[in-house]
Design a binder for this molecule. Structure first.
Ligand SMILES: Cc1cc2nc3c(=O)[nH]c(=O)nc-3n(C[C@H](O)[C@H](O)[C@H](O)COP(=O)(O)OP(=O)(O)OC[C@H]3O[C@@H](n4cnc5c(N)ncnc54)[C@H](O)[C@@H]3O)c2cc1C
Length: 495
């Protein structure tokens, strides 16, 4: 079986690595960029700062992924404790916001608690029956938390109103807490940090997130063809056409390019209905702005969320806190420079001025209190990258649209996988996408069911046994923090 893979991001690399591991030699990876990694690649700027395409926290749900990381990185990684915060109303609130409303001005704390209790006492509807994410927010969190954090923050991240989004993507990502716990945290003045799976995370010592993927690419000797853009697919004859005019035959095709482009611009003669469905999928673009400073880092924080409208970004990462080798200071001591990676989303509902985004970001850092007056003078580097496909929006219509597109492709031997290949945000992190590639190969060569892709599409009812990817719909606010020292630190002592 000749297998072609489109894209050398985590999905394509996972598929290729697995093929090599199984001793299946008849494959090639076609990658339009001159390097591997896709959205998980890293870039070094002229001043020597390393940047990722948005803050990448590696947390794996898979033993296979962990072993691969170990094999590729050896001891070349750092281990970081999650320290995330919300910056709003000129103060720091530990994340998750809803567990820590006691840090807000008293009036806002009251509104949040009152809304939460009211929402739970006067339950108009089971949140699980909510028709969209907006309604889910109101039903679960109540008016106060919705107004102060959930609605403004989510609009900044997703760039679409929550009414346009479904609620099935939520899983582990939005902690839902009970009113008792919220009340207790306020009255007993407790901070409540720990929840979810990503409390401690590994990060490559040198080269940013992308270092892991470059190493996988290197292990695939000669199998990746860089600068090879797929421009056409004749699904009847099973032939891929490249921008340079050459053609490549295949028996099975694993594609990690955005599925809407695949169906509308690349595959020949997709039926109108399939094209329209693919075109109906929503996504947002992302502006990544890196600010490199010649100054000792003033904070131990990892990343921060920004719901307020005094800054364009929804999230900022102290990237230099992930590894001492992310700045021009390559001594392993993180004491002369630091770096801030700022992410701003864009869509037709939320335009962004690309010409002014760097200045708007710096101004926003000042407004939000991350840069002190005068600190702007210490900026020694600015880096920016706009990616058109940043977040696959879990829109209300998404699953319906996908269920018409994915099976049509699979019937023609085209397996669309990955962040924008599968378009499922809930399984679109690096571990999920790499494993989507691995599992797709396991299915093709070993007949094993895929477990990560989650949706049971119509065609998988026919004996291919795509397993459900079980995820709780409502996540608890779970595990305790691993690092007691950090959790004991008072917010006021850090900035
Ligand atoms: C802002 C942001 C923050 C993120 N944060 C995290 C995080 O904290 N933790 C985490 O684990 N993950 C995170 N991710 C997700 C992670 O980056 C993705 O899971 C991963 O990169 C997706 O891999 P992929 O291979 O599916 O797609 P991509 O990385 O998009 O790779 C697709 C590849 O296909 C190539 N390609 C496209 N079209 C063609 C064509 N026609 N011909 C040939 N090649 C083509 C592209 O050049 C690209 O290299 C984040 C992503 C973003 C954007």
């Amino acid at each position: 079986m000749r297998i072609l893979i489109i894209g050398a991001g985590p999905t394509g690399l996972g598929a290729a690595y697995r093929l090599q591991e199984l001793g299946h030699d008849d494959f090639a990876v076609l990658e339009s960029a001159p390097h591997a990694g896709g959205l998980a690649a890293s870039y070094v700027d002229d001043a020597g700062f390393t940047w990722d395409v948005g803050g990448h926290v590696m947390f794996s749900h898979y033993e296979y992924y962990d072993k691969l990381f170990e094999e590729m990185m050896g001891d070349q990684f750092t281990l970081n404790d999650r320290e995330s915060w919300v910056r709003m109303m000129d103060r720091w609130v530990p994340y998750p916001f809803q567990n820590n409303v006691r840090h807000l001005p008293k009036e806002a704390t009251y509104e949040c608690l009152q809304g939460l209790i009211h929402a739970q006492l006067v339950r108009k509807k089971d949140p699980l029956d909510a028709e969209n994410f907006g309604e889910f927010i109101d039903l679960v969190f109540g008016e106060g938390i919705a107004k102060h954090f959930m609605r403004p923050y989510n609009f900044k991240v997703w760039a679409y109103p929550p009414e346009m989004m479904n609620k099935t993507w939520i899983g582990e990502r939005v902690a839902v807490l009970d009113a008792d716990r919220a009340l207790k945290n306020v009255v007993l003045e407790q901070d409540d940090f720990g929840w979810g799976p990503n409390n401690r995370f590994k990060y490559p010592l040198k080269g940013g997130t992308g270092a892991f993927y470059s190493r996988i690419a290197q292990s695939l000797e000669g199998k990746i063809r860089y600068g090879s853009t797929v421009t056409g697919i004749d699904a009847e004859r099973k032939i891929v056409r490249l921008a340079d005019g050459t053609e490549e035959p295949y028996d099975a095709l694993i594609s990690a390019m955005p599925i809407d482009i695949l169906v509308n611009d690349v595959v020949d003669d997709a039926p109108q209905g399939v094209r329209e469905n693919a075109a109906g999928l929503l996504h947002s673009a992302g502006h990544m702005v890196g600010i490199g400073l010649k100054r000792k880092c003033p904070s131990t924080k990892c990343w921060m969320y920004f719901p307020d409208d005094n800054c364009p970004f929804y999230r900022v990462t102290y990237l230099s806190n992930y590894s001492p080798y992310m700045t021009p200071n390559q001594t392993g001591e993180n004491d002369t420079h630091y770096s801030l990676l700022c992410e701003t989303s864009e869509s037709s509902h939320k335009p962004v001025n690309n010409d002014t985004i760097i200045e708007d970001t710096i101004q926003g850092l000042e407004n939000a209190g991350l840069l002190e007056p005068g600190e702007r003078d210490d900026i020694v580097s600015t880096w920016s990258k706009r990616v058109e496909y940043s977040y696959p929006t879990p829109s209300v219509e998404r699953d319906n649209l996908l269920s018409a597109v994915v099976p049509w492709l699979e019937d023609r031997g085209i397996y669309s996988r990955g962040r924008f290949g599968m378009w499922k945000y809930e399984v679109a992190n690096t571990d999920h996408t790499l494993m989507q590639g691995v599992e797709c190969v396991n299915r093709l060569l070993l007949g094993e069911p895929e477990t990560t892709i989650g949706i049971v599409y119509r065609t998988t009812d026919d004996g291919r046994e795509a397993a459900d990817h079980e995820r709780s719909v409502v996540a608890g606010s779970g595990e305790k923090r691993l690092n007691v020292e950090i959790s004991a630190r008072k917010p006021a002592e850090t900035r």
